[in-house]
Design a protein around this ligand. Structure first.
Ligand code: ZN
Length: 596
């Protein structure tokens, strides 16, 4: 430990230079502009979080100042020097162990029981672990050990320190203290209601809603929960009532993680608050409901869909978070290979006809359709979507939600919207004959229709439509092409390692026997140990050529249609997935599980 030294921008910049992370020129520049930048950041922090809200302000630290310059690392094209990377160098320089804080691995009690929120905020100190009587404290300033020592003395504890970035520490302080304080506040209020004398009767009368959903603590708890989920890139929040408690879990990259246990007494008011936000009927607790919330986080619009379900111990809520950056992408970023992309692009530029996207739930069909519609959207075309329910609200489209309860169905919306003079129609799903017939009608009357089907591959979509009852001659005169798709997880770029395909695996994939180089993710903090980060699409694109139309009219077997499509150059899902595996984008396991 370096004693009696000041933690300055200059110190950090020189440590970076010493390790060759930045150039001499960059180092000089940082030192020159450091103090001005620090003052600017201080001002920003003060306006973003006014003093009266936080009482204590936290210091602006060197790593934060340097990372705010967005310095490009020499020799690493395009890579920007991050606060984490700078913090690691500082840890190395000062001999303190570096720790990247993973909030999912923290224990709420340990984090919040040794320090108060103002203390944690002011000194940027947070307990992250406790083992064998030693408390591990994450700190952000390796030269200011006063708070650590005072904690040691006041709490009579042994401590070990690790260095973490200020952003990591602040995130933990906000989420953990915020949620904990709200839950405890609400619980205390609820208990005081219980102590109001003739208890039994009172509780019976008011039932589970003792605390109002408008209680400030409840409002805060829900807000913290949502922000925490946004920060963690979660796609879903599950709140599940059990007999005596309720559990909160988050789904991140497809996997559920346990987050919090909340006292049963505040489960109902939390659910009520969420129902209120999503405009559901709060009094209705016996029937499932759907609702939505539109909110904004860090300057980004976020769409949230909420659904409730009465289960044995109360209402279970699932909150689905839609990231517009995932649902609305550039179509050339969806994962198409050039040949398939060209073909698909030619489909969607036609003035009329039907394009079908097929695959199971969660295969990315909605992303493909939304991204396609957005690519086609312009002031001179009228796009109407019919969905159940509306996945995400997009201003460029005119979206209609199906409501079977009041007999607003795919089929009868389709009939009426033709009077709305649409150019392009998206039908969420073709499930029945009536919808299929209306879709065909719309295509015959000069509209471009996009829809989805629940089939495994492109050729079997044809037989599905025939089974539904659409005559072959109508199909062959309207369908332009069919796209089958799946999503495969991408290997995490931070822990990607080289491997080889075994002989059995080679056989299993029916590949020519020879050595194949493949890749996998070892698991790291960036990917939460899963080895994967993000997903990409694999596509099988079948053009409805004259040859296929003739086969269809002659009532050919599915296998004949399949062979003909292959002869026309169609690459199937498995082949596309293998290609992505050999290119190091995904793994053997993903190929098997997704196209197995
Ligand atoms: Zn990783």
């Amino acid at each position: 430990m370096v004693k009696n030294k000041q933690f300055t921008v200059e110190f950090a910049a020189k440590a970076l230079l010493k390790r060759g992370v930045i150039s001499e020129e960059q180092c000089k520049n940082i030192i020159l502009k450091g103090s001005d930048q620090k003052a600017r950041l201080q001002k920003l922090q003060d306006t973003a979080h006014p003093r009266h809200l936080h009482r204590q302000q936290c210091p602006i630290l060197p790593a934060e100042v340097i990372s705010s310059f967005n310095i490009e690392i020499p020799g690493k094209e395009g890579r920007i020097l991050t606060e984490d990377a700078i913090t690691q160098v500082i840890a190395d320089e000062t001999g303190v162990e570096y720790r990247k804080i993973d909030p999912l691995k923290l224990n709420l009690d340990i984090v919040t029981s040794y320090v108060s929120r103002p203390f944690a905020m002011r000194y940027l100190v947070i307990p992250v672990d406790e083992k064998d009587g030693i408390v591990t404290l994450a700190i952000a300033d390796p030269f200011n050990l006063e708070p650590v020592e005072s904690l040691e003395n006041a709490r009579k504890i042994k401590v070990k320190i690790v260095l973490s970035s200020k952003s990591d520490i602040i995130k933990i302080v906000r989420e953990f203290f915020g949620f904990r304080m709200s839950v405890e506040g609400a619980e205390a209020e609820a208990s005081s209601i219980f102590e109001l004398g003739s208890l039994e009767q009172y509780v019976n009368l008011k039932g589970q809603g003792e605390i109002e959903a408008t209680d400030q603590h409840i409002i805060n708890a829900v807000e913290y929960l949502l922000h925490y989920a946004f920060d963690q890139r979660a796609s879903d929040i599950h709140i599940e009532p059990k007999k005596e408690k309720a559990f909160v879990r988050l789904r991140i990259d497809g996997i559920l993680h346990y987050i919090h246990t909340i006292p049963k007494i505040i489960h109902a008011p939390i659910i009520s608050r969420i129902k209120m936000l999503s405009r559901m009927d709060i009094a209705e607790k016996r029937r499932p409901q759907d609702g939505r919330i539109k909110t904004n986080y860090n300057g980004k619009d976020i769409e949230i869909r909420v659904s409730t379900l009465p289960v044995a111990f109360g209402e279970k809520v699932v909150i689905r978070i839609f990231d517009p950056e995932v649902l609305l992408q550039d179509i050339d970023h969806l994962g198409f290979y050039p040949r398939e992309f060209q073909l698909y692009n030619s489909f969607i530029r036609r003035p009329n006809g039907i394009i079908l996207v097929t695959g199971p739930t969660g295969s990315g069909k909605t992303t493909t359709l939304y991204s396609t519609l957005r690519a086609l959207a312009s002031p001179d075309v009228n796009i109407i979507t019919i969905e159940e329910p509306i996945e995400m609200i997009v201003e460029e489209f005119n979206q209609v939600g199906v409501q079977p309860a009041i007999n607003v169905t795919f089929a009868n919306i389709l009939r009426t919207i033709l009077r709305q003079d649409p150019d392009i129609i998206m039908v969420g799903e073709i499930r029945d004959k009536e919808t299929a017939e209306n879709a065909v009608q719309s295509a015959l009357t000069g509209h471009l229709v996009l829809s989805t089907l629940h089939t495994n591959d492109a050729p079997s979509s044809v037989t599905r439509l025939l089974d539904i009852g659409v005559p072959a001659f109508l199909l062959s005169s309207t369908v332009i092409g069919i796209v089958a798709q799946r999503l495969v997880r991408k290997i995490c770029p931070y822990c990607k390692k080289e491997g080889a395909l075994t002989e059995e695996e080679t056989d299993h994939l029916q590949l020519v026997k020879k050595p194949y180089k493949i890749y996998y993710g070892e698991g790291c903090l960036e990917c939460r140990g899963t080895g994967y980060r993000g997903r990409t699409g694999i596509f099988e694109v079948m053009e409805f050529t004259d040859k296929l139309k003739r086969l269809l009219n002659d009532k050919a077997e599915l296998s004949t249609i399949y062979d003909a499509a292959k002869a026309d150059g169609m690459v199937n899902l498995r082949q596309t997935a293998i290609k992505k595996m050999l290119e190091g984008i995904t793994t053997y396991e993903e190929v098997i599980s997704v196209t197995g």
